[in-house]
Design a binder for this molecule. Structure first.
Ligand code: CU
Length: 136
């Protein structure tokens, strides 16, 4: 009789443990939060993009303009880990976006700092198409 009780107790504890381990495993797979950046002629919104070091984030880049722009931030990309599936979207430190195009990048900034962002198309930065990426 006593053993039956102990056995039931052990089984109950074991199922709780499995539940706890399951929940803990799920937490490591929390989807990256999303940060929206809109490109227009001639600005980035927001002009100050705040990110956290070592926290994965999905950068949702939207070109709302009727002409192409780019998201050029070579120092930022060099100080970040880009998800393997998204690596090909970053070429020479920048992401090109045709008019109306949307690009999603999952990225983990690895070093805190302030990084310069600009569009390198002719005169666009001079017309105001610059921003800062702040990693804390
Ligand atoms: Cu531009």
């Amino acid at each position: 009789m006593m053993f039956a009780h102990l056995r039931a107790l052990c089984l109950a504890l074991l199922s709780q443990l499995v539940l706890i381990v399951g929940v803990a495993a799920q937490n490591t797979n929390v989807p990256a939060s999303e940060v929206d950046v809109t490109l227009t002629s001639y600005a980035f919104a927001p002009s100050m993009i705040s990110l956290k070091a070592n926290v994965p984030v999905r950068l949702h880049l939207v070109n709302n303009a009727t002409k192409s722009h780019n998201f050029y931030a070579p120092e930022f990309f060099a100080a970040s880990t880009i998800a393997p599936a998204d690596k090909s979207k970053v070429v020479d430190g920048g992401v090109d976006l045709d008019d109306g195009q949307t690009v999603d990048l999952t990225i983990t900034p690895t070093r805190s700092g302030s990084y310069h962002l600009e569009c390198t198309h002719f005169l666009h930065a001079m017309l105001g198409m610059t921003a800062q990426i702040k990693v804390q």
